[in-house]
Design a protein around this ligand. Sequence first.
Ligand SMILES: Cc1cc2nc3c(=O)[nH]c(=O)nc-3n(C[C@H](O)[C@H](O)[C@H](O)COP(=O)(O)O)c2cc1C
Length: 370
Amino acid sequence: MTHLFSPLSIGNLELANRIVIAPMCEYSAEAGLATDWHMIHLGHLALSGAALLFTEATAVEPDGRISPGDLGLWSDDTERALGRVVDAVRRYSPIKLGIQLGHAGRKASSDAPWNGGQLVLASDGGWQGWAPSAMPHNAAEPAPHALDEAGLKRVREAFADSARRAVRLGFDAIELHAAHGYLLHQFLSPLANRRDDAYGGSLENRMRFPLEVFQALREVTPPSVTLGVRVSATDWVDGGWDLAQTLVFAQALKDRGCEFIDVSSGGVSSQQKIPVGPNYQVPFADEIKRKVGMPTITVGLITEAQQAEDILARGEADMVALARGMLYDPRWPWHAAAQLGGQVAAPRQYWRSQPREHKALFGETRFGQR
Ligand SMILES: Cc1cc2nc3c(=O)[nH]c(=O)nc-3n(C[C@H](O)[C@H](O)[C@H](O)COP(=O)(O)O)c2cc1C
C-alpha cells in the first residue's frame, strides 16, 4: 500500500487518498458570482482523482476581494451561483469539496495578474482596503482603513455568514485563509500590525482577531463539516511572523477545535526572501505536525509522485497539496497512481482509457456505475 493512496479520515471527512488540490484564484468571477469558468475549471479538476478539491480564496465581503474577479459568498446571489457549480461537481464526481474563506485586507482591489496585478485605485473603479493598521502593502500605495471595533465585528460576522452559506451548500470542509499576507495574516504579523489596542503588540494580542474569527466559524460549522486553517509559517523577513509564533498559533487553533492545518509561507512583505525549491515548505509542516499534532497539509513545489510519497512516508505531513502541478497535469493523481501502484476514482465515461499495463488503476473506485 502506498502512503499517497491510503485513505485518511479527519473528523467526518473521509479522504480516498492524500492528494489535495490547493486553492487557486481564477480572477474570473463577476461581482463575486461564480461563472461558467468555475464550472469548467473546478469541473475538470473534480475528475482528477484527487481526494479533496479546494475552491479559490472566496471573499466574505465585497471589499475583501483581492481583485474585482474574485469569487464571493456574501449574498443569496453569490450562494446560488456557487451552488450551481457545487451541484454539478457532486453529480459527476465523488471528490470532497473544500471552500477557502478569505478577506484580502490591505491587499484588496488589485488587478488580475495577467493585467499586471497592480493596485486599482478607488478613482479607477477600485476600492480602499481594510487592515489592522493604516499601512499600505507597498509604500507607494494609498493606506487602507484601519479596522475599528465596529469594523472588526462586521468582518467577524461576514466570515460567520459565509461559513453558514458554505455549510448550506454542502461543502465537506472549510479552510480559513490566514496566510499569504491577507487580512488575518496581517493581524498576526508584526510587520503589518502596528495596533496599540488589544489586537496588536504581543503575540497574544496579534492572534486575538484571527482566533476570534476562527471561533466564529467554529460556532456555525457543524461537526459534519471539517474546519481548518491555512497559515503562512513565516514571513521570510527578520522581525516578522515566524515558525515559533506559528506553533503557538497552531496550538491555540487546535485548542479551539481546528481539525487540520495547511502550511504555506510568505506574502505579507515585499522584503521577503524565499528560498524557493522542491519541498521548501515541508519542514514547517513537519514541525507543526510533530509539535502540535494536527492533521497537516504541506504545499509548495511538490511535482513528482515519488516526492509526494516520500514526504508522507517520512511522516512530515498527512496530505500533500498541489496547485500549479495540477493545472499543468490535471490527471496528476492518475499518473501518480500508475507510477506508484495506487488506485484512483475514475468516471465511467473515461474507463476505456485505463492503460493495459495498469489494469488495477481504476480498481473498485470507479464511479458513475449503478
Ligand atoms: C493561479 C494560482 C492562484 C492561487 N490562489 C490561491 C488562493 O486563492 N488561496 C491560497 O491560499 N493560495 C493560492 N495560491 C497558492 C497555492 O495554493 C499554492 O500554495 C502555491 O501555488 C504553491 O503550490 P504549487 O507549487 O503546487 O503551485 C495560488 C497559486 C496559483 C498558482
